[in-house]
Design a protein around this ligand. Sequence first.
Ligand SMILES: Cc1ncc(COP(=O)(O)O)c(C=O)c1O
Length: 433
Amino acid sequence: MAVKSSTSRRKLLLGGLALGAIGGATMLRPKDQGAAHNDYFQRLSGALDRAQLAQPTLVVDQQALLHNIKNLNEHIGSDYHYRVVAKSLPSLPLLKTVMQGAQTQRLMMFHQPFLNQVAAELPDSDLLMGKPMPVQAAEKFYQAFKVDSGFDSTRQLQWLIDTPERLQQYQQLAQQLDVSLQMSIELDVGLHRGGVSSDEQLYSMLTLIEEDPNLNLSGFMGYEPHVAKLPGDKLAARDKAMAIYSQRLSAAEEICGRDLRGLTLNAAGSPTYRYYCGENRQSSFPHNELAAGSCLVKPLNFDLPSLVDHRPASFIASPVLKALDSTQLPGDFGVGKLMGLWNPNRRRTFFGYGGYWKAKPHSPVGLSYNPLFGRSTNQEMYNGSNSVPLQPDDWMFLRPTQSEFVFLQFGDIAVFDSEKSEIVDFWPVFSAT
Ligand SMILES: Cc1ncc(COP(=O)(O)O)c(C=O)c1O
């Protein structure tokens, strides 16, 4: 009798465990996340078709871009000058749209060929280099630069200098070319990506500039994106960075023996510009201009609390080449099918035109890369559920994670007017050479 009851107890226990396991597995099992394109992406698909596009295309939404520019204008107001980060918006018509919308001529440049294109095509611009360039790159700029373009490099271009050694190289270049150069000094305000990190360094650089008639001190730059990334209180991290900036600026004023507050004093980027605006502004901040670029097209990496009121304005559109109702993997041992049995979002398979961009699938929702098939720049594989109704020649959309490199990979940008639901323009991107 005792034996019998312990057996049925064990059975009961095992049954309970099995039910629990099934219940747990059911709870863990992914839900169908697929759906068709929403109205926006259906309209964008129609617009791309009517524009007879049939290759991977970078799309910028005109209204979302204008919204972001307006938003940035409202935040910055008249408290600072605004400098457009050109590498994050690497197209002349795109830059012109932003410069006009934000009423600024100030651009931050990062690449010699782009610098020459901007100096030639935007002769009224005011250019600050965002990174210290090898002196050979600076020399190349002057070789390719057309003096009669209307752009006065002695007034409108500031080279960024990070060390006394680089400064000496630029000093020699100025002598050799017999040009005067504007020097902006990079400060390390906590990012530790280089720049001046001691008053001794500052002293040797400033004395060299002050003594050389070919060199003019034009400003300082202290970039601090780490402020948005460090755990903890962002405003405290901002204050720490700005305290370093202020200290170096005061030291520089002492060395030069004059007020330097009227020079170009640059700081910030998309993730941090809001930390200086509106109620976050403090009169003790040393800088007088803010730089930002990416937030105007808002790639995925800029989905940050500080940028909630900016709208995604850039998408990659990729034609669907193949749409399969199952998932099969090479040398199939049924793994593809098993993946689909467990996860409904792996039941269908799509191959897109191009791929392996710095981007994530965005529409239709529920698309993902297959972790076993691998990535492809030629025909990327995506999985989705039976609720994803994509067919060959439809469009799928991805959101770039960043803009500076991705925007250069597709040829002309297709400009989408989301009110008219049409592609209304094509914007060439910078040429990389
Ligand atoms: C010096 C400097 N300033 C500002 C930025 C900010 O650019 P974005 O606003 O596109 O993030 C960058 C980006 O790398 C930078 O290097």
